[in-house]
Write a protein that binds this ligand. Structure first.
Ligand code: ARG
Length: 459
């Protein structure tokens, strides 16, 4: 079988060599983008008088036919035609005859593949942004139901101070809000047209790059043809934003896994998102959360793989760049899949408020309150800290918690303690009083929920 570029060759490569070089196995995912880019290109060629209107119409009709066939799954791609670009060009020529060979006028596969990937990522970035919004909505819904549900807050995974469960969930809302912003910002650089840069140097044909860019909905064109065909920053940025998102999901997954353990029992995953063990009948495993945590690694891998591929490349296009695709496709699928599962897990999880309630009453996470109490009455905080430390030790020795200590115990620890100390130590009071901006106080949490809701409504 002769190649579309076979003119200067005297023999063909062996099949296994072709197979190694081919990208059709994965870049067929770009079939729609490639056709879309070609339609814009040929429309531009027609408008600029580079092709006759008859040729333009013939090629456009052929491309439309290919689009239908692609949708119907009727295109049989071949490794001999290397990649999606050459496969489609071959199909076009088979479809409409030699005039199909005019499509590639004033264009190279180098600007073509870059165009395809800009189109692909623009679309998928928007899909991911939408999926992020769904997860944020799920977090907001759960949080709205649990403003007054208390959970131990941790540092060093040691009980620190009780917090509103809504406040804890909303921490993730804001992480995802930054992720959304990163994807949104990256679109500025994704939505730029490389089309018309040619192989690397531009073209002798009187093309109109701005016009084909406009047809494709790009905001602008690359200023430099060498940069246009060799830039993969936009994919690095995508993978980087995707990595941060996965890291955030993975952190909450870790918490969901801990919380659904026998040791915490703060939540129970819905059966739809858990699995059993083939040997231990009692088990209910938070598999989906574990899997998202696990899949985070491959997205980081995509980022590092691409950065490494690019670091030593001279301008302009190098075949190494074909390696930009699989990691990108994989990250798109992984992030989209993870976000979808994640929203479902959050929506359906059962929050065991009675266990959380018990937890916040059975620890020393209200100890800071005592120190603040004394400090508010004028004792230097450092001294107050010391007094309370001793009091905690008294309680530990008695095998009780702070609220169980007698008034005499408090008085003995420091005369500034008065009867109201019991009210102050109640976990609800502890949380409610943290009313500083962004704190866990119920007033603050309600303000945050409103803000979050208005962000989602203003979409
Ligand atoms: N399959 C190639 C890639 O994905 C398309 C561009 C090929 N260009 C070339 N000059 N060989 O990078």
């Amino acid at each position: 079988m002769t190649k579309l570029w076979g003119g200067r060759f005297t023999k063909t490569a062996e099949e296994w060599v072709d197979a190694f070089g081919a990208s059709i196995g994965f870049d067929q995912a770009l079939v729609m983008e490639d056709i879309q880019g070609s339609i814009a290109h040929v429309t531009m060629l027609g408008k600029c008088g580079i092709l006759t209107s008859e040729e333009t119409e013939q090629i456009k009709a052929g491309l439309e036919t290919l689009k239908e066939k692609a949708k119907a799954g009727e295109l049989e791609f071949s490794v001999q035609n290397e990649d999606i670009h050459l496969n489609l060009e071959k199909f076009l020529i088979d479809e409409i005859g030699p005039v199909g060979g005019k499509l590639h006028t004033g264009r190279s596969r180098n600007d073509q593949v870059a165009t395809d990937m800009h189109l692909y990522l623009r679309n998928e970035t928007k899909n991911i942004m939408e999926a992020l919004r769904n997860v944020q909505q799920a977090l907001l819904n759960q949080a709205s139901n649990h403003v007054e549900t208390l959970i131990p807050g941790y540092t060093h995974l040691q009980r620190a101070q009780p917090v509103s469960f809504a406040h804890h969930l909303m921490a993730y809302f804001w992480m995802l809000e930054r992720d959304f912003g990163r994807f949104e910002d990256s679109l500025k650089r994704v939505n730029v047209s490389p089309l018309g840069a040619g192989a690397l140097a531009g073209t002798t044909f009187p093309i109109d790059r701005a016009y084909s860019a406009e047809l494709l909905g790009f905001d602008s064109i690359y200023e430099n043809s060498l940069d246009a065909v060799s830039d993969r920053d936009f994919i690095v940025e995508f993978l980087s934003a995707a990595s941060v998102t996965m890291m955030h999901l993975s952190r909450l997954c870790e918490e969901l896994i801990l919380w659904s353990s026998q040791e915490f029992q703060f939540i129970e995953m819905d059966d739809a998102f858990a699995t059993g063990s083939s040997i231990m009948p009692q088990k209910k495993n938070p598999d989906m959360a574990e899997l998202i945590r696990g899949k985070t690694g491959r997205v980081y891998g995509g980022l590092f793989s691409l950065l490494t591929t690019l670091k030593g490349l001279p301008l302009a296009y190098n075949k190494d760049m074909q390696e930009d695709k699989e990691g990108m496709f994989d990250a798109v699928h992984t992030v989209k899949g993870s976000l979808k599962i994640f929203a479902g897990m959050i929506d359906t999880m059962d929050v065991r408020t009675e266990v959380m309630e018990k937890a916040v009453h059975n620890d020393f996470s209200n100890a800071t309150e005592l120190a603040d109490y004394l400090a508010a009455k004028g004792l230097p905080f450092r001294d107050a800290h010391e007094v309370v430390g001793k009091l905690v030790l008294t309680a530990i020795n008695k095998g009780v918690f702070l609220l169980d200590l007698s008034y005499e115990d408090f008085q003995a620890a420091h005369p500034l303690f008065e009867q109201d100390i019991y009210e102050v130590l109640e976990p609800k009071t502890v949380v409610a009083r943290r009313n500083s901006a962004g704190g866990t106080g119920f007033e603050q949490v309600k303000i945050a929920l409103k803000k979050a809701a208005s962000i989602l409504e203003n979409e």
